[in-house]
Design a protein around this ligand. Structure first.
Ligand SMILES: O=CC(=O)O
Length: 335
């Protein structure tokens, strides 16, 4: 028995090490599939501090990190790992990673590319339909008023989605999937993005205030970075107006959340659908009391199918990296 355990730990020692930070949600599916190929180091199961844990595992032998969005890969973390060559995040967003420092240290970064785009777009549209047609509100109302003598016409009217002017903030792969879906609803699309796209003919606004002025709905699909932090501020919200609706499936920090909550309370905007929040897992408690708001716990990307695909992609990227082949997906690092 002891010999078997010894063989097993010897075998583990021979496998390439991958330091798992977070860990990402998909790790629970990934681990059983790839434990025979990689030695996953799991500081979250240890009582040691991260630094102590890393020092205990011979830092020069750790070439790769696997993380999710809840773990910030800062310059301080990178300093603990002098031989690190790959940061692999199980996410589309990379705002939790110090990309400039990765570049400086010659570390490649890989994420899931466009793998979550369809699921996230589905959720964006679901939040929008739910909010405008009051689906969650209707469900709550009917459960509460489930008596034969309650007249159903007491339930408030929703808003029609077809024909609405929808402004997409960030026309990347998620934004394009949202557009595909909303065009079939008969919505009128325009957008704001870092650059005007040569490949689409939808009206482009280089100012988000102008986009909001000309729309009934804003759907936020862009990455969070220095340029996009609080891209939705009070001025944008007021420009969208009292009947307006905002959906955020990007990152919480895209919206000045305090201002949005205030505007919702003051009736300056019609409603909102949130999959992401500024200080997750904190959700402003005022939102729980609002019927014109639909909430979801940063779960837009999470489906059984996307998790299976993500495991395959992460495994493929790890295999490519450790056999010196090109990565299947890679993140562009800032110049
Ligand atoms: O938020 C989810 C992701 O960035 O993949």
């Amino acid at each position: 028995m002891a010999e078997e355990a010894n063989n097993c730990s010897n075998h583990l020692q021979d496998l390439p090490k991958v330091l798992v930070l977070g860990p990402p949600l998909s790790f629970q599916f990934l681990q059983p599939l790839y434990s025979h190929k990689f030695n996953f180091l799991k500081p979250h199961l240890s009582d040691f501090s991260l630094q102590h844990f890393i020092n205990h595992h011979h830092p020069p032998s750790i070439l790769a990190i696997l993380c999710g969005t809840k773990f910030s890969v800062t310059a301080d973390v990178l300093r603990l790992l002098p031989s690190l060559r790959l940061v692999l995040t199980a996410s589309a967003g990379t705002d939790h990673i110090d990309l400039s420092d990765c570049r400086r240290c010659g570390i490649q970064v890989t994420g899931v590319g466009a793998l979550f785009s369809e699921d996230v777009a589905d959720m964006a549209v679901a939040l929008l339909v739910d909010g405008m047609r009051k689906i969650s509100e209707a469900d709550r109302w009917l459960r509460k008023n489930n008596r034969d003598n309650t007249p159903w016409d007491l339930f408030p009217l929703g808003s029609k989605l077809s024909g609405k002017r929808v402004g997409i903030v960030g026309l990347g792969s998620i934004g394009m999937e949202v557009v595909k879906r909303l065009e079939s609803f008969g919505c009128i699309i325009s957008y704001n993005s870092k650059h005007k796209k040569a490949t689409v003919s939808y009206p482009f606004y280089d100012s988000v205030v102008e986009l909001a002025t000309n729309c009934d709905v804003l759907v936020l699909c862009c990455a969070l970075n220095e340029q996009t932090k609080h891209i939705i501020n009070r001025e944008v919200i007021l420009a969208l107006g009292k009947g307006g609706f905002i959906v955020n499936v990007g990152r919480g920090g895209l919206i000045d959340e305090t201002e949005l909550v205030k505007c919702l309370m003051e009736g300056e905007i019609g409603g909102a659908g949130f999959d992401v929040f500024e200080n997750e897992p904190h959700v402003p408690k005022e939102l729980f009391k609002m019927d014109n708001v639909v909430l979801s716990p940063h779960s837009a990307a999470i489906t059984v199918e996307s998790f299976m695909d993500v495991c395959e992609l992460i495994g493929g990227n790890l295999e490519a990296f450790f056999s010196n082949k090109p990565l299947l997906t890679s993140v562009m690092l800032p110049k």
